[in-house]
Design a protein around this ligand. Structure first.
Ligand SMILES: Nc1nc2c(c(=O)[nH]1)N[C@H]1C(S)=C(S)[C@@H](COP(=O)(O)O)O[C@H]1N2
Ligand SMILES: [Mo]
Length: 522
């Protein structure tokens, strides 16, 4: 049995390295600033008394963080090996060591500046990898030791040759698995590093950009209402919903970006980022939302977009009168088909370079994305856009339309109650109801609320200077104590009332009135 003794801690080490590699990889792919290890190092620095920290900086200079990370890695190496050793006794024993390690990692990550709960994901992934890999590696060892014992018990006279044959078998299984794991972990670590480095580079390029012609967002005073708890009229980029099929957010250097406009045009155009910026800019408040947003859902936001009019570019290219669509393609290969008319009419569809006065965040399509007022994102709002082919709807299938979603994708009128929240208990007397309502490119004329299926009562609405955004609304209604239901209904500027017919998001957007339960206290 001596033969495998050293293998157990080794298994612990290899499994631990694999866990570190996957957690690092996930952190880099999720564009989290650093891996959990660095978070732990930073936490250690935060918790270290000032005097000691200063001493350390004196001794190690500005390498102090690197030294700390190395120390943490060595410590973890010991713990990994120890956990591997523990696995020999019981399969669950190392899990305790892991749990403690993962707990420390999670606390350090959460304690970081601007951390969100999803930032713990790398730690969780690392933890699971560790467990799975350790059981993968120790399985041949466990089997080998069991066989050894059986052989020793049942046939005391077995020749040494038989035993070493068994050893060879076990050892081969162990070594093969270890090598495979180390290989995969190394590759993941390398890939994570490349992704992380690329991303940091593009973040840096973005930070250094100074976009002329891009102004700061100034919320028009009449666009907003003063109601506590109401959804802010302008959505900060950090709170703006994100939808993309890309697992790794594309990191596109502005200097490597170009857009090709081709297909049914007289002159093909290829634009670089600088050439795009040199053109006249257009800016507008535009509300963007997702066709997958259920009634009352959160997949909607309103921002100040700056960019270049697509209509001008298409005019320059000379679009064929037979075309009815533009097939857009992003850097990551996502596609959508946009009705040509919405790109050439006076709604000022744009190639946006900035959101709320700042270069687009990477998640929202840096360096260039499309924004078309009045259309759902899935048929128009291509992030990281690199190609526009003027075409006909009958000649192509785009990403989502190929999966049963509607071809045209105009936004449907809708409205949402944000105050009170569903299930809230509110004070007696007049109850304040408030929220948002939208019908992009048509505009909202009125909003009504109804309590418990009673009559529709008019709400006050804000008056943005454009029909391409949502409005805020508020209504103060006397409601008796007890449990109630409230509904909201919008009316657009053509006089059309929002339908109460409930339809699912597929194929072209949900309909129905947003309804909430609430309680009025005594
Ligand atoms: N490249 C790319 N662009 C895309 C998508 C995508 O998956 N990939 N999703 C679209 C969808 S469905 C929506 S609703 C909007 C969302 O934009 P946002 O993430 O900036 O809110 O982007 C659109 N543009
Ligand atoms: Mo979407």
């Amino acid at each position: 049995m001596k033969t495998f003794r050293g293998a157990w801690p080794l298994a612990g080490l290899v499994a631990g390295a694999a866990g570190l590699a996957t957690s690092y990889f996930v952190a880099m792919v999720m564009a989290i600033r650093e891996s959990p290890i660095v978070a732990v190092a930073e936490e250690a620095i935060r918790l270290t008394p000032g005097g000691i920290a200063e001493k350390a900086i004196q001794v190690f200079g500005h390498k102090d963080k690197t030294v700390l990370v190395v120390v943490i890695l060595i410590l973890m190496g010991f713990l990994f090996a120890y956990a591997g050793q523990l696995a020999r006794r019981a399969w669950w024993a190392p899990a305790i060591v892991f749990l403690v390690l993962a707990g420390v990692g999670a606390v350090a990550v959460i304690d970081q500046r601007a951390a969100t709960t999803t930032d713990v994901l790398p730690v969780v992934v690392g933890f699971v990898t560790w467990l799975v890999c350790l059981s993968l590696l120790t399985e041949p060892l466990r089997r080998g030791e069991l066989l050894q014992r059986e052989v020793a018990e049942h046939s005391p006279g077995t020749s040494a040759g038989g035993l070493s044959g068994l050893h060879d078998h076990t050892r081969r299984g162990f070594v093969l698995r270890s090598v495979a794991l180390v290989g995969v972990a190394g590759a993941l670590g390398f890939f994570g590093r490349t992704v992380g480095a690329g991303r940091r580079h593009v973040e840096e390029a973005r930070r250094l950009l100074r976009l002329s012609g891009v102004s700061s967002p100034l919320v028009p005073p009449k666009a907003r209402l003063d109601v506590t708890g109401i959804t802010s009229w302008m959505t900060p980029a950090n709170d703006f919903y994100q939808i993309h099929t890309a697992i790794i957010v594309p990191a596109v250097e502005p200097k490597n970006w170009s857009l090709r406009i081709h297909g049914m045009v007289e002159r093909e155009i290829v634009l670089t980022y600088d050439e795009l910026l040199a053109r006249q800019t257009t800016e507008a408040w535009i509300t963007l939302n997702c066709v997958s947003n259920p009634v009352g859902g959160p997949l909607i936001g309103n921002a100040w977009w700056s960019g270049v009019r697509i209509a001008d570019l298409l005019a320059q290219a000379g679009v064929s009168p037979d075309a009815d669509a533009v097939l857009q393609t992003s850097e990551d290969g996502w596609t959508c088909g946009t009705p040509l008319a919405t790109l050439t009419d006076d709604r000022d569809a744009m190639l946006a370079v900035a959101m709320n006065g700042q270069p687009l965040p990477l998640e929202h399509g840096f360096p260039v994305r499309t924004i078309v007022p009045g259309l759902y994102g899935y048929v128009s709002a291509t992030k990281w856009v690199v190609d526009m082919e003027v075409s006909r709807f009958s000649d192509f299938e785009a990403y989502w339309t190929g999966k049963g979603w509607g071809e045209q994708g105009p936004v449907k009128m809708s409205s949402r109650i944000d105050v009170p929240g569903s299930g809230d208990t509110v004070g007696g007397g007049d109850v304040t109801f408030a929220g948002v309502a939208w019908s992009q490119h048509t505009g909202i004329e009125a909003v009504h609320v109804a309590i418990d299926g009673g009559g529709w009562q008019p709400a006050e609405i804000s008056a943005p200077p454009t029909n391409d955004t949502w409005v805020q609304w508020v209504a103060r209604v006397p409601v008796a104590a007890g449990d109630h239901v409230a509904r909201v209904r919008a009316t657009d500027k053509t006089g059309l009332e929002q339908t109460g017919v409930e339809r699912d998001v597929l194929p072209d957007g949900a309909t129905g009135w947003h309804t909430i339960d609430f309680t009025v206290g005594e």
